[in-house]
Design a protein around this ligand. Structure first.
Ligand code: NAP
Length: 524
């Protein structure tokens, strides 16, 4: 069982009280007293802090006492002598675990003090930790063996910075290929999945902070994120994995909506943000690593900027199955790994948009034939929508800031084209904004002047942040019908969910989760 451990990183006793209470209330299964954060550290202040844990979090709350060396990420440069005094006194005062740096434990003097204190403690145990803030260890297996040789009963803790998500697989393999009590994860934004998957692979602990401000290491999640968004309590060895491959990925709301649907349907699956930096090579290495590691149970991926073309290239190279319209669009936003090792690629953006249009206009797909459509924009989303609508037989004119790009896209799909200055002359029943104009924070911008929006037409804005853009307000003002970008986003996610699981997710739950996420983003 992986213990969800919350570091207490207070500078003074008052702040420590708040953190201990908050950690216990949020569901911490163990506390780590990071005594190196305390101002004016003494053995007495540590004993007092330990006593507080019993009072505020209950006598059963296990605790690790750590006084991290400044050279390995400690908050204050306390001298070795004081740090050893703190650790040995903590054992005497009943700490369940103390954490000492393996590097410092190799000093015979330190080792002797700790061994004596351990022998006098009825329950105290030792965690021997190693940290590399720059990148991977030269040889993580050897380091593990060395720690086990020096002190077999100790729990090895091996933590390194992932400079790229592909660095995570070494820590995951290590956990998968070893057994017993051991801790391994990666620091940094790129290491995020190892902190969550610690629970799947049986790491002895995983760490999460009370709030962002009290995080003790780069990339540490908050306990609220780990238990809420990532459903920590439901993660186990058989949990299957999905995720969104993107760069950047931090603000993606896909984890929130997919995890909410897994939860509501009682599906033992977890959806992760997967920050895959770089180009095709990095994407390829990530996909190979994820596909080869069957023990991770990856079942599929959402793919977004900048990897939609890379995903198509990858599946073609690996001789997977590409949905015909996805290859015509030249971009893939969904990858599915079937049990029988079959890789499938889809584009749910065009279907999501088409479903939003048919629901919003009340016109069935078969009746989109000959519908006059004006598409503003000639980027990735425009391409998917133009492909879908031209497949359905609509009459499309593409308007773009860069006219040449409009011309190119139009020639590929047999459409008309123009520049943004031509918009007032357009004669369309359906107007679609496929540019980023009007997106948060530039919410006072619109891609279309008032004089080209008429009552009787339908206006669809693919921008979903905010849900009601200035363009949609203009349309409502003249009595035009409107379709928001949230509908398209929810539709493409619903289609992905069905491809991943074969099940239908609740559109209302997705929409509500998405809108809540957008509102939270706006507050922060
Ligand atoms: P993209 O490939 O980068 O294309 C951006 C398009 O916007 C281009 O046509 C660009 O014109 C135009 N543009 C950008 N800034 C402009 C400005 N200031 N004035 C006029 N035109 C401007 O991006 P994309 O992937 O197509 O995404 C476009 C938007 O779609 C996103 O911003 C997002 O809001 C929305 N979206 C919605 C969903 C959904 O599910 N609802 C999904 C994905 C994206 P140039 O060619 O002249 O540069």
């Amino acid at each position: 069982m992986t213990r969800l451990t919350v570091p207490i990183s207070a500078e003074d006793p008052g702040h420590a009280d708040q953190q201990i209470r908050a950690a216990a209330a949020a569901g911490a299964e163990m506390l780590e007293l990071r005594t190196d954060y305390l101002e004016n550290l003494t053995v007495e202040t540590v004993r007092a802090l330990m006593a507080k844990v019993g009072t505020l979090a209950g006598p059963e709350m296990p605790m690790i006492v750590t006084c991290r060396d400044g050279r390995q990420g400690g908050a204050r440069p306390y001298p070795n002598k004081l740090r050893m005094q703190v650790l040995t006194a903590a054992l005497k005062a009943g700490a369940d675990f103390i954490d000492c740096e393996y590097e410092n434990f190799r000093s015979l003097e330190n080792q002797e003090k700790i061994r004596v204190a351990l022998s006098q403690s009825s329950r105290g145990r030792l965690i021997l930790s190693a940290h590399n803030f720059k990148g991977r260890f030269p040889d993580i297996r050897k380091l593990h063996r060395d720690i086990q040789t020096v002190c077999p009963p100790a729990i090895p803790k091996l933590v390194y910075t992932a400079n790229h998500i592909n660095d995570c697989f070494e820590a995951l393999d290590f956990l998968h290929q070893t057994s017993g009590e051991r801790i391994a994860f990666c620091m940094g934004e790129s290491g995020l999945m190892t902190r969550i998957l610690a629970a799947k692979l049986g790491s002895f602990v995983t760490f999460a902070s009370v709030d962002r401000a009290s995080a003790t290491a780069p990339g540490q999640l908050t306990i609220e994120q780990l238990t809420g968004l990532y459903r920590y309590a439901s993660i186990g060895p058989a949990t299957s994995l999905y995720g969104v491959i993107a760069d950047p990925v931090g603000h993606s709301l896909s984890p929130a909506i997919h995890n909410a649907c897994f939860e509501s349907l009682g599906v033992n699956s977890l959806y992760l943000p997967l920050l895959v930096g770089g180009g095709y090579t990095e994407f390829y290495l990530f996909m190979r690593a994820a596909e080869l590691r069957k023990y991770l149970h990856f079942g599929g991926f959402s793919v977004t900027i900048p990897h939609k073309q890379n995903a198509l290239g990858y599946v073609m190279r690996e001789k997977g199955i590409v949905e015909p319209l996805a290859s015509k669009i030249g971009a893939v936003n969904t990858l599915v790994l079937r049990k029988e090792d079959r890789l499938e690629a889809y584009n749910t953006d065009y279907a999501g948009a088409l479903d939003a249009i048919t629901a919003g206009t009340g016109i069935g797909r078969e009746n989109l034939k000959a519908l006059a459509v004006a598409v503003i924009g000639a980027g990735g989303v425009a391409r998917a929508i133009v492909a879908g609508l031209s497949d359905a037989g609509a009459r499309i004119t593409i308007y773009n800031r860069t006219r040449e790009k409009a011309r190119k896209l139009a020639s590929e799909f047999g459409c008309d084209y123009g520049g943004l200055g031509d918009l007032p002359e357009m004669d369309a029943e359906l107007l679609i904004n496929c540019t980023s104009v009007g997106m948060h924070p530039n919410i006072d911008e619109t891609p279309a002047p008032d004089n080209c929006i008429r009552k009787g037409m339908t206006v669809f804005d693919t921008v979903y942040n905010p849900a009601e853009t200035l363009l949609l307000k203009q349309a409502k003002h003249v009595g035009a019908r409107t379709i928001d970008g949230v509908s398209m986003f929810v539709n493409q996610a619903l289609a992905q969910f069905r491809l991943f699981t074969g099940r239908r997710a609740d559109p209302e739950l997705m929409r509500a989760t998405l809108c809540r996420g957008l509102a939270d983003d706006e507050k922060n």
